[in-house]
Write a protein that binds this ligand. Structure first.
Ligand SMILES: Cc1cc2nc3c(=O)[nH]c(=O)nc-3n(C[C@H](O)[C@H](O)[C@H](O)COP(=O)(O)OP(=O)(O)OC[C@H]3O[C@@H](n4cnc5c(N)ncnc54)[C@H](O)[C@@H]3O)c2cc1C
Length: 637
């Protein structure tokens, strides 16, 4: 497999401009003749579908929710980065670029990250013009707050509901095109297969989730904007429906899967409280602007937080990383939390928690000011824990939150399958081994509003695409494969629920491929997962039939894919014999416990190639070249 990144020549700050000039264009009258399939209507998919339709393309858009308005992007809380430098605190495109490459521990492609920083400024203008109600200063200008891994204030926000407000903007743009007949929206349809004709992505097979009908849809190009796969760990901050199915099926059709082991652990989530919990809740990173993180200095100190005097508290992030303090990047802050809990200084049941304390902020700013900034997050915390965070510190612990890995894409966001483009969290692109806070929304919207509308035109104009009908044999084969898999799942008729298998898979992954990984543990996971998968296919019980609304069946298909992905994740983690970002191999750490990269052997993207059922996948590499940011030991001290 050849990994051609197609990064344009020239100085980094000119690449995108020059590329936009060099790319072929589709003339306006011809655009309507091209039909593009977009799977996903979160921020990445909705912005892409709306923008392409606005340009004149004919678009079909699919999502599994009852409305695009309910995509997981709605959950995003804290904010979206942009190098606007409204605060006049020294920010610039270069700073955002540099922070992102460094934040990702030098495992991302420079040219893509630079473009991301460049278009970040357009995103804010686009969204403000759509009416997204960003927080404003008293004088009316847009407000900012700080997020981890940056020493400037560049995060735009709408209280703790930034994702919801941005999605409303993209959704309205999408609805406008649906109304105009340029986008045909297919809610409650789940993509279960990608269809290739002559080696190119030419369509999808979907299941109507209400009637169970299996349908084919053909197009000139396919875009996957299907989100992240962190639910492979079972307990995560994702919406329960998030899955890997679309990208996993594409992987099995020849799309390389890049860096699957790069998963993000977010430091501030509400701790796990029991064996039968089904999901975790994030407390936004924005809270670290004003909240101070601490544990007691003494092991096993069970006093109530209010009884522990200041000199018996360890504000460990402020102590260990004085320049970034509580706003150290997520991977660093998560590991530090794990370390103090491993030392026996954790708080709450089981000692797996640290305090996030707002007492100082309330004393300094007053409770109304804190409420104005974070009110909905405080309410959410109180509803879940029954503790009032205005009075007692929040208890938080790291949890799975985001996946930096995903389908490999080139500079044009095209995968290794011609015509298959991948946007948003579903691709591997810009965040390297650790994503900085408030950068996922930025990337999803950059991909959808500002990158794909150009690059898809280049693909369509550069290739002669014969018309393909859904009567083509490739569609018939794909439909048969989908139908066969559904029948196989329904036919097992075992005794265990889908959920119980998913939970077991999640435990294996969290224990062996979670916040800390080592060779022995990963080998053990690689022994346990295939065994679990075998049991799944003989013991699972899927209720109902295929011809109806059937959530048991939907979940069963997704968990079957998670079982396979989980193995690839561990394999990738085993092969990457270094620590970087969120991938912490215990064998590779500096004397002070920080991650120890091995640039000589691992300054590359690992892109896995499917080679067949029960065959070991092939590991391909795309070397990463750093010409503008010097490879250096990452330090936030
Ligand atoms: C609690 C929480 C808070 C967050 N806060 C922030 C924040 O403040 N700032 C930030 O930058 N990032 C944040 N993130 C991350 C960010 O929200 C996500 O990375 C981002 O929204 C992903 O957008 P997306 O468009 O790529 O995917 P999604 O929003 O996940 O959308 C995926 C779409 O694909 C569809 N889909 C998936 N599979 C299929 C299939 N097989 N068939 C048909 N349709 C399918 C879904 O229906 C959906 O429409 C947060 C994440 C979480 C979990």
């Amino acid at each position: 497999m050849e990994l051609r990144a197609n990064v344009p020549e020239g100085p980094i700050d000119r690449k995108w401009e020059q590329h936009k000039f060099d790319m072929k264009l589709v003339n306006p009258a011809n655009k309507r003749k091209h039909h593009v399939i977009v799977v996903g209507s979160g921020l990445a998919g909705a912005s892409a579908a709306a923008t392409m339709a606005e340009l004149g393309y004919s678009v079909s858009c699919f999502c599994y929710q009852d409305s695009p308005r309910r995509a997981h992007s709605i959950a995003a809380q804290g904010g979206i980065n942009a190098a606007k430098n409204y605060q006049n605190d020294g920010d610039s495109v270069w700073h955002l670029f540099y922070d992102t490459v460094k934040g990702g521990d030098f495992r991302s492609r420079e040219a893509n990250v630079y473009r991301l920083a460049q278009v970040s400024v357009n995103i804010i203008d686009q969204c403000a013009a759509q009416g997204v109600p960003f927080a404003r200063e008293y004088g009316g200008t847009l407000a900012n707050r700080s997020f981890g891994g940056a020493q400037v204030s560049r995060t735009f926000y709408a209280r703790g509901q930034t994702g919801q407000q941005l999605l409303l903007g993209a959704y309205q743009a999408l609805e406008r095109q649906i109304g105009l007949g340029k986008v045909k929206m297919h809610p409650r349809h789940e993509m279960l297969e990608l269809v290739l004709v002559d080696g190119r992505a030419r369509g999808v097979v979907v299941r109507d989730m209400v009637t169970g009908a299996i349908e084919s849809h053909a197009g000139d190009a396919v875009i996957l904007a299907t989100g992240g796969y962190g639910n492979v760990f079972y307990l995560a901050t994702y919406a329960k429906g998030c899955n890997t199915t679309a990208i996993w099926r594409a992987y099995k059709k020849g799309a390389a899967f890049a860096n699957p082991c790069f998963t993000q652990i977010h430091p501030t989530c509400i701790p796990v409280h029991g064996d039968y919990q089904s999901k975790l809740t994030l407390m936004s990173e924005s809270l670290r602007n004003d909240g101070r993180i601490w544990v007691p200095t003494r092991k096993g100190d069970t006093r109530a937080p209010g009884e522990i005097p200041d000199n018996e508290r360890d504000y460990y992030l402020e102590r260990m990383y004085p320049s970034y303090g509580n706003l150290s990047p997520r991977d660093i802050a998560s590991r530090a939390a794990k370390r103090v809990c491993d030392e026996g200084r954790g708080v709450g049941p089981g000692g797996l928690g640290v305090y996030l304390d707002f007492a100082d902020a309330i004393a300094r700013l007053g409770e109304p000011a804190v409420k104005e900034k974070y009110g909905n997050l405080f309410d959410m915390y109180e509803r879940i824990t029954d503790e009032n965070p205005y009075r007692v510190p929040m208890r938080i612990y790291p949890a799975i939150h985001y996946t930096m890995g995903g389908l490999w894409v080139d500079y044009n966001l095209m995968s290794t399958i011609p015509g298959l483009h991948v946007l948003g969290e579903a691709n591997f692109s810009d965040h390297g081994a650790n994503r900085l806070g408030a950068s996922a929304l930025m990337q999803g919207l950059a991909d959808g509003y500002f990158v794909i509308p150009y690059t898809i035109g280049h693909y369509l104009a550069s290739n002669k695409l014969e018309k393909v009908e859904t009567t083509h044999a490739a569609f018939r084969d794909a439909e048969a494969a989908v139908g066969g898999r559904i029948q196989k799942l329904l036919g097992v008729q075992g005794t265990r629920s889908v959920d119980s298998f998913h939970r077991e898979l999640g435990k294996i992954l969290w224990n062996h491929c979670g916040m800390a990984r080592n060779e022995a543990g990963l080998k053990e996971a690689l022994r346990l997962i295939p065994e679990l998968r075998r049991r799944y296919w003989s013991e699972v019980k899927v209720l109902g039939t295929g011809q109806e609304l059937n959530q048991s069946l939907e979940m069963a298909g997704r968990v079957a894919d998670f079982m396979e992905l989980g193995e690839l994740l561990c394999r990738d983690a085993l092969e990457r014999r270094e620590s970087c970002g969120g991938h912490f191999r215990e064998e590779f750490q500096a004397p002070d416990g920080e991650a120890q990269r091995d640039d000589e052997h691992f300054a590359h993207v690992a892109a896995w190639e499917y080679t067949g059922e029960d065959q070991p996948p092939r590991r391909n590499v795309e070397p990463l070249v750093f010409e503008n940011v010097h490879l250096a030991q990452r330090s936030y001290k």
